[in-house]
Design a binder for this molecule. Structure first.
Ligand SMILES: Cc1cc2nc3c(=O)[nH]c(=O)nc-3n(C[C@H](O)[C@H](O)[C@H](O)COP(=O)(O)OP(=O)(O)OC[C@H]3O[C@@H](n4cnc5c(N)ncnc54)[C@H](O)[C@@H]3O)c2cc1C
Length: 418
């Protein structure tokens, strides 16, 4: 095999998780190559809302979710939509998801998410002071906004759970909320302000990070699709790709929602489904929020940047596809209109759909693959891939280099499903 086809580590998948893994592996002195079937950031990492949402410790599979969501989740315009399906993998995922909607699991997830998110926050701070990564990173907090007093009151219980981690929010009602964020409409009841959260522009972060990696010798190969692995005695010897066979000592799989179809031929079946989300990117509305806002009742997020603005959200389970449903895209505008004086900029720059990789227990898998000695898998970050990326990358680098992990890796093992 020609030396050019060989690297210490071959990362498959150039989303935020693959890029973060490459960075920490490069820092650990490894020679790294990333292959990406399209372009860096072609998947879920491109058009998402860009929140580094530290305080989001509660998983999607929380107690009571099934009952609460059941009524609205089969409606086509609903922010949470489940397309009726008899697909056995999806049904099995749904059953596992439902089984995790309990208090014991909630406590486990909250601890695990706090660990990985607080570590990511520290690493983001270091990253943005140590490297020149222009991506509109700002610490303006995140505001959860409510139309109804009852919905706002419900969050008080969640806020209590966040307190021990220093991640609780402060309530603002009526005029106090509008003084904090003048873009909020007069019809809104109140909001919870998580002052220590931050946000960034994900597409800009990916491009800037990519440049840093290339400058530091990481080989990034775009338009190169993994087609399979050569597995000899539980050891991968090469990756078969559309640009030839590539060998490496260690392989890292960061293919997001595509991961199940790649892992399945290796005998690994993970309960992962694509949770589709939408976004609309525009110029800044004339009255633009200063703080990123989440309109929880409508599952819509409004993220402002100095050079743009994005509405994003919805969670749609309709199989593995990037079909764009106009009604759901429109739902973002309709939802935001109920909370903001001016919900959208005049110029639409992009309408986008992306597939979140969502595990049935809403925790990522960051672990050595069961039954394969030299493959590490980092996938299933669901709604939190941007927020969890740095700690994921660091943990993957530790797994590959055999260093002791900087956070407890137990909640992220693959064995929990196999
Ligand atoms: C609407 C929306 C809003 C969101 N908002 C936020 C937010 O505010 N904060 C937050 O933290 N998270 C948010 N997320 C979640 C976040 O976007 C994801 O968790 C994250 O992008 C997942 O990153 P990833 O690298 O695992 O996957 P991806 O970005 O999807 O990357 C996987 C890559 O692998 C490539 N690939 C697949 N198969 C192959 C193959 N065979 N060969 C080579 N390459 C391959 C794909 O092309 C893709 O580029 C949001 C998601 C959506 C949809």
């Amino acid at each position: 095999m020609h030396r050019q086809n060989h690297s210490d580590v071959l990362i498959v998948g150039g989303g935020i998780i693959g890029i973060a893994c490459a960075y920490y592996l490069m820092k650990a002195g490894r020679q790294v190559r990333i292959i990406e079937q399209a372009q860096i950031g072609a998947g879920a990492s491109h058009g998402n809302c860009g929140l580094v949402f530290l305080s989001h410790l509660i998983p999607l599979c929380a107690p009571g979710v099934i009952l609460h969501e059941l009524k609205r989740m089969f409606r086509r315009t609903s922010p949470l939509f489940i397309k009726p399906s008899l697909n056995p993998q999806f049904l099995s995922w749904l059953i596992q998801f439902a089984r995790h909607c309990n208090r014991k699991h909630l406590a486990r997830v909250v601890r695990a998410r706090a660990n990985i998110l607080l570590s990511s926050e520290r690493l983001f701070n270091r990253l943005f002071t140590g490297e020149e990564l222009k991506c509109n990173w700002e610490k303006r907090g995140v505001l959860l906004v409510y139309q109804s007093a009852a919905a706002m009151k419900k969050y008080a219980k969640i806020n209590q759970i966040l307190e021990p981690y220093g991640l609780a929010a402060k309530p603002y009602i009526g005029q106090a909320l509008r003084e904090l964020e003048p873009a909020i409409s007069d019809r809104v009841h109140g909001g919870w302000y998580h002052h220590n959260n931050s946000h960034l522009r994900p597409d800009a972060l990916l491009q800037a990070w990519k440049k840093t990696l290339i400058k530091n010798g990481v080989d990034i190969v775009e338009n190169c699709q993994l087609q399979g692995f050569v597995n000899e005695n539980e050891q991968l010897t090469s990756a078969v790709t559309s640009c030839g066979n590539l060998t490496a000592e260690q392989f890292v799989l960061t293919t997001g929602a595509w991961s199940t179809q790649i892992l399945s031929p290796l005998g690994i079946k993970l309960p992962l489904q694509a949770g589709k989300g939408y976004s609309i990117t525009t110029d800044r509305p004339s009255i633009c929020p200063q703080i990123p806002c989440i309109f929880e009742e409508k599952s819509v997020v409004a993220t402002p940047w100095s050079d743009g603005y994005r509405l994003g959200g919805t969670m749609e389970f309709s199989g593995f596809n990037a079909d764009m449903v106009g009604a759901r895209l429109n739902g973002l505008k309709v939802g935001a209109r109920q909370y903001l004086k001016n919900p959208l900029g005049k110029q639409i720059h992009e309408e986008w759909v992306g597939m979140r990789p969502l595990m049935a227990d809403d925790l990522p898998v960051i672990d050595r693959a069961v039954g394969i000695k030299n493959l590490v898998v980092a996938t299933g970050h669901g709604m939190m891939g941007i927020s969890m990326a740095p700690a994921t990358g660091k943990l993957v680098a530790e797994l590959v280099t055999g260093k002791s992990p900087h956070i407890d890796p137990a909640p992220f093992t693959m064995k929990r499903f196999l």
